[in-house]
Design a protein around this ligand. Structure first.
Ligand code: GLU
Length: 553
């Protein structure tokens, strides 16, 4: 029988603390009953995809709706994948969606809170202390198998139901103290493996907050806990960190669900109270009638930067994410039109088990609703910020006269039924193009009853009476006044009753004026457009249109 205490000292001669030390160092949190502690635990790859943001929002909401704590822990145990500055990029990304941590790693790289360090590479001593404890208990052992030996094992197990280092195949499981010592003296490198107490015939039960009751076979694999460099694997670090940081709910991607039996086993043998799990299914996309996972390779919309570049406001993305996060959100929104999104009682139990469907078309609709309720000042500020980064031409137009730009964006805003022309800031250049000579595109195509001849007559009359200082009634009366002299009627009903008696109606007259001034047949309020364009531009555009139609006649 190996003396585990001696083995522990042999393996970890430099560990001078024990587990009690850390248990005392990180006491229970002083939070109110029911408060949940959640975390975002990114690997610093620097790429924040929508799935991360989605899962992270779930964790954030879970903490916030219970007056709990949301913290950030950096999981940088895989040094090969580490990218410099990646954490800042990811945290900046979260911040733009309103997610900031109460505790843990902050954007400026500092760490805040009593449960740190919050960067795994700075916690080596802690992991080693717990590893040593497991060795002392006979629950972990060093494994000297080479990469080739492990490869051979994999090949041998190719057709087996259970694959991995376990039972008889676990060559190093029963090495004696002397064998181990000889290997270490010979300078052989080793990993530390769990001596799994699991039984393949027994089941592990747990209740996932999203997926519900789950039953899986117990873990029997002697997984690696510490790699040859003494750095923990995800499994070991997860259990130690979430225990010591007093996480109550681990909210993570459901690719981890198969590892839960192992994680629960680790919680148990370490004497820790297990966390609750909520496994979030990946975001899905519908393609040719099939649902599939959003893919980094095929779907540009998976990158969070996509929304920034296109100019979807964060409020729209958040609003849409909540729509697919909780099935009852849309009903709530209908009943609470003006309420802050944070007032919504988010509930983990109302999440999709199989994966929420992410649909850009729906996001676009949601975003139109969000933007149409913003004030012109807000639209200006946010779109100006966007333009500075992604559309210098728009930024330049804005800078000519910010008050003018804001007034343009204010057209029809605040109406009972506001127009929904803008879904994202990149829609704005086209939307406002005719309000600037630099971007105005002449297009004299007419619709309805308007002919070129009629257009010339209308515009010739209108040119002399249009006054950009008129109030709305006067403006409209003038348009109506033109009708009769050009053979139209100001009364649409009258026209419909007797269409042969007229060349058109007031709608056709307006269309001619609208097309001359904007190059379009459909625009927001023509009165406001006319007033903002100003006398000079209005006259020039009308004259140009007359010239065009004259030539065509
Ligand atoms: N670092 C892990 C990942 O990025 C975190 C999983 C977890 O939240 O526990 O997948």
């Amino acid at each position: 029988m190996t003396d585990y205490k001696m083995l522990a000292d042999l393996l970890f001669p430099n560990v001078d603390k024990n587990v009690d030390y850390y248990e005392n160092l990180y006491p229970n949190r002083d939070l109110k009953e029911g408060a949940r502690v959640t975390r975002f635990a990114p690997s610093p790859t620097g790429f924040l995809h929508l799935g991360n943001l989605f899962t992270c929002s779930v964790a954030y909401k879970t903490a916030k709706t219970t007056d709990g704590i949301f913290y950030v822990r950096v999981e940088d145990t895989d040094q090969k994948r580490k990218v410099e500055g990646a954490v800042e990029v990811m945290l900046e990304g979260l911040k733009s969606y309103g997610i900031t941590a109460d505790e843990g790693v902050m954007i400026d790289g500092t760490q805040r809170g009593d449960y740190g360090p919050y960067i795994q590479s700075q916690r080596k001593e802690i992991y080693q202390t717990y590893a040593k404890y497991l060795v002392e208990q006979g629950l972990a052992y060093p494994c000297f198998c080479s990469a080739e030996e492990l490869e051979a094992l994999r090949a041998q197990q190719e057709n087996d139901d259970i694959k991995g280092y376990y039972g008889k195949s676990a060559k190093c499981r029963d090495l004696t103290f002397n064998e181990i010592k000889a290997n270490i003296d010979a300078g052989k490198s080793w990993t530390l493996r769990l001596r799994s107490p699991g039984d393949a015939n027994k089941k592990c039960f747990f209740d996932d907050m999203i997926k519900g009751k789950i039953e899986m076979p117990e873990n029997i694999i002697d997984v690696v806990l510490l790699k040859t460099d003494g750095i923990p694997t995800y499994h070991f670090a997860h259990v130690i960190d979430d225990h010591l940081m007093h996480t109550t709910h681990v909210i993570r991607g459901d690719e981890w669900i198969a590892s839960v039996p192992l994680h629960l086993q680790l919680f148990r043998i370490l004497g820790f109270k297990p966390v609750k799990y909520a496994h979030v299914a990946p975001l899905m996309k519908e393609e040719n009638g099939n649902k599939r996972k959003l893919s980094k390779r095929k779907d540009p919309e998976l990158a969070v930067t996509y929304y920034k570049q296109e100019g979807f406001p964060a409020a729209s993305v958040n609003e849409y994410m909540m729509t697919i996060m909780n099935s009852n959100f849309e009903d709530w929104r209908r009943a609470n039109k003006d309420a802050d999104i944070n007032a919504f009682p988010f509930n983990l139990k109302k999440m999709s088990v199989s994966g929420a469907l992410f649909d850009l078309v729906k996001l676009t609709d949601v975003s139109k609703n969000v933007i149409c309720q913003m004030s012109a000042d807000e639209v200006f500020e946010l779109s100006y910020e966007w333009a500075k980064a992604f559309d210098p031409q728009l930024a330049k137009l804005y800078e000519q006269d910010k008050a003018y730009a804001t007034a343009v964006l204010n057209i029809d805003r605040g109406n009972k039924k506001p127009r929904k022309d803008i879904a994202k800031w990149s829609d704005i250049p086209d939307y406002i193009s005719y309000m600037y000579d630099e971007t105005f595109e002449e297009n004299y195509e007419l619709t309805g009853n308007a002919t070129e001849e009629l257009a010339v007559n209308i515009l010739n009359l209108y040119k002399d009476i249009v006054d950009v200082n008129d109030d709305k009634d006067t403006w409209f009366n003038k348009i109506k006044e033109i009708c009769q002299p050009v053979g139209c009627t100001p009364n649409v009903k009258e026209y419909k009753q007797n269409p042969d008696a007229f060349k058109g109606h007031v709608g056709d007259v307006s269309t001619v004026i609208r097309v001359a001034l904007t190059g379009r047949t459909n625009t927001p309020d023509l009165f406001a457009i006319t007033a903002l364009l100003g006398a000079d531009r209005v006259q020039k555009r009308i004259e140009k249109a007359i010239k065009h139609y004259e030539e065509k006649k």
